[in-house]
Design a protein. Structure first.
Length: 169
């Protein structure tokens, strides 16, 4: 039976340009970063905030074989596989051609396109690394901690180190 208590761990990882390049090229990179674990009671909403910031070692892997997975290697050390996706965007719109359509046809087309986007949202994946930022979640429905089952949700944010450095000004 799952406990009402859940663990939310937010991982804040800042990488150099070289580390980003390694990940984009489907290599592995390692770094030091921090996480903030917070316990939340689902029934009452009470939580353990303000939570303590913990510095950890991270091994980030961009691999087609594994994705969207997190492993605790040992105390304060994580191995994270970034998410992969075979998502394809819809066809490009030929605005010039559409402009010659009747209003009803355009409205129908746009409604269908909106429906497509609703049914096919783009999930975060390794391609987002090229923009210098990737945020994704990994949910573990049942994890045994001290002989009790808990749900655990990892929120992982990977950013360029410049974002951190610019926040000091």
């Amino acid at each position: 039976m799952i406990n009402n208590l859940g663990l939310f761990i937010t991982h804040h990882i800042f990488l150099t340009e070289d580390q980003f390049r390694e990940l984009i090229e489907e290599k592995t990179t390692s770094t030091l970063a921090h996480c903030v674990p917070t316990w939340v009671d689902a029934k009452t909403g009470k939580n353990s905030e303000p939570s303590q910031e913990i510095f950890c070692k991270y091994k980030l892997i961009n691999s087609k074989e594994k994705n969207n997975e997190i492993n605790v290697i040992k105390n304060k050390e994580f191995e994270i596989y970034v998410p992969q996706s075979d998502w394809k965007p819809p066809e490009n719109i030929d605005f010039e051609a559409i402009s010659s359509w009747k209003s009803e046809e355009r409205m129908k087309f746009l409604k269908e396109r909106d429906k497509w986007w609703f049914n096919n949202p783009k999930l975060p994946d390794s391609r987002d690394l090229e923009n210098g930022y990737l945020r994704f979640e990994i949910k573990i429905k049942s994890l045994k901690i001290f002989d009790k089952d808990y749900s655990v949700q990892h929120i992982i944010e990977i950013s360029r180190i410049n974002k951190l450095l610019e926040s000091f000004c």
